[in-house]
Design a protein around this ligand. Sequence first.
Ligand code: GLU
Length: 484
Amino acid sequence: MTVRVRIAPSPTGNLHIGTARTAVFNWLFARHQGGQFIIRIEDTDEDRSKPEFTDNILEGLTWLGLTWDKGPFFQSQRLDLYRQTIQTLLDKGLAYRAYDTPAELEAMRNTMKAKGQAPRYDNRHRDLTPEQQAAFEAEGRPAVIRFKIDDSRTITWKDLVRGPMSWQASDLGGDMVIARAASKTTIGQPLYNLAVVVDDMNMAITHVIRGEDHIANTAKQILLYEALGANVPEFAHTPLILNQTGQKLSKRDGVTSISDFQKMGFVAPALANYMTLLGWSAPDGQELFTLAEAAKVFSFDRVNKAGAKFDWDKLDWLNSQYLHSMEPEALLELVLPFLQGAGYGVDLDHDRDWLLPLMALIGPSLTRLTDAVDQSRFFIAKTVDVTEAAKAQLQLPGVADVMAAVLSALTAGDPLDTPAALKGVVNQVTKAQGVKKGLVMKSLRAALMGALQGPDLMDSWLILRQRQFDLPRLQQALGIAKAD
Ligand code: GLU
């Protein structure tokens, strides 16, 4: 038997972290089993489904490296298949048309609530006579199609994450709506639970891996599989992702969509790695791995039942591990859009030669790609704004002479394009001026970077020199130093 799994997002919003994490688990399981991973877009909700969300979802999955083997299939293109199945259920007497108005349903629920009962459909249109049906039709009432649920049933399955599961059919809310906007002769609009079962059967899905918020749907869907005489797939319900206070992670927690994480400067392998750890742990306790490495050892035995707390510090740590180990070329490719987005006006044709050493310089101190924007700002323009603290440094006694001496050493003719050569200048000026080396270094930093903090001074200086920005900045510093 070939393992076949699927991710079935609804394109009613951008790719959500919960959906992406479910996709990760599906992908890992498929790859571990040598099976197939299928994408199905559940776009039957015409009002809320948007093509731009489908694009965002597919781009996000691609970005994360969750390659798929088949699809994307679109439910909106498969409505006839669902309608045929509903017709089969109607023909077998397993489904029926119900004509309750919203007001009647509301009144029914209110009566139940008043009696202290859980609101449910009381199956009142299950056995309408042809005359009653004709009367409702004559009134012009639209119908829904309901699938009969035998309340006496107990539905059981062995969940791959949660173990033996059992649901009372009587807790499913009465006969289930499988299509709406139907009429005497038409089926109307097929709904989620029916479409999912038809597709999972039709696509020969062997394992349905999805969030635990779908457990009640699973109970309903098992009844549909049985009614349709189909094999029931295996189910694995993955834990929810929770915020720090233990609530389900939601929009209120800031970011929830994969494109938001992307904009915040997380890199795909780090985010995929982190999502794998949201509810699963590697047998050897290893925390840093690629999806392919995780796939080798993935199993549902190691997926937790309890909700997985989202931990920003951990995600940041993982992200920094990936950034720190990246070659300058690869890092530059990822950082460039952020620099451009900040309006730095850099491009690969003109700036590659100094951007590469800059990546080597700042890479090891990045946590997120966005940090590169702040750390690069010293290198973008010929001049920099000088902070008050840097000004104060430049105005200390003796600094004007130090600046002048550095400038004359730099203009003496030697190329001075290695760290050793620049260190030589520092040593020479320190000695000649009879000052402390710390004063020279700190003043140089204030002059070259306009600030007292920043990346390694000598490496920064080399890049500024390569850009021919060091002389103008030292001249500017000399002006400040002499000002008082
Ligand atoms: N469209 C459903 C969702 O986005 C899919 C559920 C399923 O995997 O069956 O939650």
